[in-house]
Design a protein around this ligand. Structure first.
Ligand code: HXC
Length: 514
């Protein structure tokens, strides 16, 4: 058929309409807000010339010809990212405000189904007014179909959500169900009920940004894993994220060329832990001294900053890093830190990413507020996550591992494969002052100078118990190592565990505390 053939001409006419989204005026208005169209976003996300669209001519049951032919407000398809197949959908805010109607929902579900059958990740570019009002139950049903797929495909292929515009109402449950959620500062927001409803119901005055903007979700709700300043940065971040992840749960994460030495000299590690146990030091520096240069990609950086989680590489092998930050709350574990650690451990375990855990925590954060809000319920999740994780697990106690926090943070008894400790490690039921006050209460009370007596008994306890050797003698720590040799030790242990295989006990599924 020549291009003059009327059937080809008709195809091109329809294509031109579809590619035009909601029409020039709406596209112009969209661009004027610094936002790209759905197709422009997808072209930016995928390797050049690799994106293949599916369902361009799917139409809504409502609207004029322009809107009807515009793929029902969502562009779906597949392409390559760094040469690997990835499926994606991008909501088109210029067509019915990117709202979700029957065909729109069906297209997203189809792309998710194809992705799982092909064993490839799914990326959703979300920019939507939520359920399409005119389509009523068909929109709501579409969301339910998507949520179900988010849930049953969880842990089968990586699911990433990029919020590039609004995501209001129950629609927010889809990104909340995915593995990674990225928001753009000043551009994306997410809430169940908007500012007007909040004002009407509770009388609170709040704008959309404050109620559900990127800043709020990255620092307070903990829903967002990353915030970027531009949508282009969000798209590039999705590409970078995938470089750490396998395409599905049956594959291992991709190896990159090894031999990228850490950005900071590892000798720093031998003196980084202060002699005074009350003085903080930077666990971020520790991480930068151990993992491949520029490989650490911190997740939820601004939420529960007393805990650190992120992806990194050791001689090109992706690993998940979990740690405490002694500079924030002395590295104590609280409710938010527990949730952050749990979710990340589960994510790494689902996608065959070995876990490396650094421990320096005085314990769970004491307080009425923490107890009332269920610190036990939340802390129990860490135990559950580490105990059931079957990927290679390595841990390094750098300083404090007191009480319950010792147990939950990848202890030997939670089936951690190799447990290291630095000579500065203090593995015990509690710190010196607390132990002295309980064990020598009578002696301290009867002493001429109780303060000096307490300090004396605390020091005596420290000498006897606050070291790594008691734990090493009991087999709880496999090896006490020089901090500067941590990288080599981890690399060797990872290599030894490369083919680790654990067959889980048969059951329907466990019941994780929530
Ligand atoms: C149908 C919609 C729509 C919707 C927007 N539009 N949202 N059409 N259903 N949900 C249309 C508008 O009519 C308009 O059409 C075009 O999209 C652009 O909308 P504007 O309001 O002009 O754009 P903007 O100023 O950018 O504001 C975008 C917006 C706002 C913030 C998304 O439109 C908005 O608040 N929409 C309603 C959001 C909402 O409450 N949705 C329901 C949430 S409940 P024209 O023809 O003028 O271009 C929900 C339940 C899900 O989603 C439950 C799942 C379990």
């Amino acid at each position: 058929m020549s291009s003059e053939d009327p059937r080809i001409v008709e195809l091109h006419r329809r294509r031109a309409i579809a590619m035009g989204g909601g029409g020039p005026e709406r596209v112009e208005r969209h661009r004027a807000r610094g936002r790209r169209t759905a197709r422009e976003r997808l072209l930016q996300l995928f390797d050049p010339h690799s994106f293949q669209e599916l369902g361009m001519f799917a139409t809504a049951r409502i609207g004029d010809e322009t809107e009807r032919i515009a793929g029902d407000g969502v562009v779906t398809g597949f392409g390559m990212i760094d040469g690997r197949t990835v499926f994606a959908y991008a909501q088109d805010a210029t067509v019915f405000g990117g709202s979700l109607g029957e065909m729109h929902g069906r297209k997203i579900c189809q792309v998710m189904d194809r992705a799982v059958e092909a064993g490839a990740p799914v990326i959703g570019l979300i920019d939507s007014g939520g359920a399409r009002i005119q389509e009523g139950i068909y929109g709501l049903g579409g969301y339910a179909e998507i949520f179900r797929r988010n849930a049953i495909y969880s842990g089968i292929v990586p699911q990433i959500s990029l919020l590039l515009g609004p995501c209001a109402g129950g629609a927010a449950y889809s990104p909340a169900l995915t593995d990674i959620l990225v928001m753009v500062e000043g551009q994306s927001y997410m809430f169940l009920t908007g500012p007007e409803v909040v004002r009407a119901v509770t009388g609170e005055e709040v704008d959309a940004e404050k109620l559900g903007g990127a800043r709020m979700h990255i620092s307070t709700s903990g829903l967002a894993h990353f915030v970027t300043s531009t949508e282009n940065d969000a798209l590039m971040l999705a590409r970078r994220l995938l470089s750490y992840l396998p395409s599905n749960h049956l594959e291992n994460p991709p190896l990159t060329t090894p031999g990228v030495e850490p950005a900071q000299a590892r000798q720093v590690l031998n003196t980084i832990v202060p002699l005074d146990p009350r003085q903080p030091y930077s666990m971020h520096t520790v991480i930068h001294c151990i993992f491949d240069a520029h490989s650490f990609l911190e997740v939820q950086e601004q939420f529960a900053r007393n805990a650190i989680v992120g992806l990194a590489r050791l001689e090109g092998q992706p690993v998940g890093v979990v740690a405490q930050e002694p500079e924030v709350l002395a590295g104590a574990l609280d409710i938010d830190a527990s949730d952050k650690i749990t979710r990340f451990v589960r994510f790494c375990d689902a996608f065959n990413i070995p876990l490396v855990t650094f421990v320096d925590t005085p314990g769970f954060l004491p307080g009425v507020d923490q107890e009332y809000h269920g610190i036990i319920r939340h802390g129990a999740k860490i135990v559950y996550a580490y105990s059931t994780a079957t990927v290679p697990k390595l841990s390094i106690v750098t300083r404090k591992a007191y009480g319950g926090a010792y147990v939950v943070m990848s202890s030997k008894q939670l089936n951690t494969d190799v447990t290291f400790a630095w000579p500065s490690a203090e593995i015990a039921v509690m710190g010196g002052e607390g132990a002295a006050s309980i064990l020598y209460r009578k002696e301290i009370a009867q002493a001429a100078d109780p303060k000096t007596a307490r300090a004396h008994y605390a020091e005596q306890y420290r000498q006897q118990y606050l070291n790594p050797y008691v734990a090493a003698e009991g087999g709880f720590i496999d090896e006490v190592i020089e901090p500067a040799e941590t990288r080599e030790r981890l690399i060797a242990a990872l290599a030894a565990l490369r083919h680790k295989a654990v067959i889980p006990l048969a059951r329907r599924h466990g019941n994780m505390p929530a």
